[in-house]
Design a protein around this ligand. Structure first.
Ligand code: SF4
Length: 319
């Protein structure tokens, strides 16, 4: 199979939005005031061992306040550089579907009411979407852009259990399929490097989720973040963690890119926890810098997305 284009050897997020919108769109992080079922006791307590939610909440939506105000401030933040662009309200913090349907309608509706907001992206857990909420979002998706992003994180149940994730792979697959059958765009998020997961399992795991009806895949390196249980574990037993060097991670991502479905879109590859909150690994590389490195490495290896994609699963981690 030929690469997507000679210039870009994988399909990125900009390519995804071009299939839907005319002109530039920007995701705008909104703190919708949601909690997390893995913290408030609904599914568990203590949260995932790697999670410090503040590490991925941008400053412009940390101050609290209403959703409409956050939308205005976010547009002001980006507007100086990109005046005419439109926005996708991105409910990124905690679990963006963890509330009664009436609350979801109200909070999403407040963001969607802004004339520059073209749609909705909601980050959530696979076990935190009710059929009622999915039916509503499926209905909404007929008129507006709606995308759910699920934290799948790993395709090994024991690895998920060890980080207190509180759900397994079967729930992830089910949630993805329920969205797809309602016409909701769906993205999945994987963490590469969780303790106990071998390199080849991560490669196969990414290939496996790309066989589900997903539109977008996001990859992140495992980061040990201050204020998390994982940071305590890392300080006590650093040998338990096989954190990648930047070069090793780049090779891993190339191997994954070669094996994922050629028509999914790869939204991002690295996480950027603020330096003051990061324990390890300290690469100091931004997503766009990593993307440039990846393009160079794909070129050097003369390879491309989906080159070794195998539609038939070679194995599944689910029983
Ligand atoms: S990663 Fe998500 S599900 Fe896990 S504790 Fe953090 S907010 Fe909750």
């Amino acid at each position: 199979m030929e690469p997507m284009t000679r210039e870009r050897r994988f399909r990125d997020y900009a390519a995804f939005t071009k299939t839907i919108f005319d002109g530039r769109v920007q995701k705008l992080s909104i703190d919708g005031g949601f909690s997390c079922p893995n913290r408030d006791g609904t599914r568990g307590v203590g949260g995932c061992s790697f999670c410090n939610n503040r590490s991925f909440t941008p400053a412009y939506c940390r101050e609290g306040g209403g959703i409409a105000r956050q939308v205005e401030e976010g547009i002001r933040f980006f507007g100086a550089k990109y005046g005419g662009q439109r926005y996708l309200a991105y409910f990124q913090s905690y679990t963006g579907t963890h509330a009664p349907l009436s609350t979801l309608r109200e909070r999403y509706g407040e963001a969607l009411a802004h004339p520059r907001v073209a749609g909705l992206v909601v980050a959530t857990r696979p076990d935190a979407v009710t059929d009622e909420a999915l039916d509503y979002l499926g209905q909404l998706a007929r008129e507006r852009h709606v995308c759910l992003e699920f934290g799948v994180e790993s395709t090994r149940d024991d690895v998920l259990a060890a980080v207190n994730r509180g759900h397994g792979v079967a729930e992830s697959e089910r949630a993805v399929r329920e969205c797809a059958r309602r016409g909701i765009f769906v993205g999945v998020h994987l963490i590469l490097g969780l303790p106990g997961e071998r390199r080849e399992e991560m490669v196969e795991g990414a290939a496996l989720v790309s066989r589900w009806p997903v539109h977008l895949v996001k990859l992140h390196q495992l980061q040990v973040v201050e204020g998390t249980r994982m940071a305590d574990e890392y300080r006590r037993q650093p040998g338990k963690f096989a954190l990648y060097s930047l070069e090793e991670y780049l090779e891993l991502v190339v191997d994954i890119v070669e094996r994922v479905r050629p028509d999914v879109f790869l939204e991002r590859f690295v996480n950027q926890t603020p330096a003051g909150m990061l324990v390890a690994p300290r690469w100091g590389v931004k997503n766009f810098e990593f993307t440039a490195m990846l393009e160079r490495r794909l070129e050097e290896r003369d390879t491309w997305q989906g080159r070794f994609f195998n539609r038939a699963p070679s194995f599944s981690h689910t029983p």
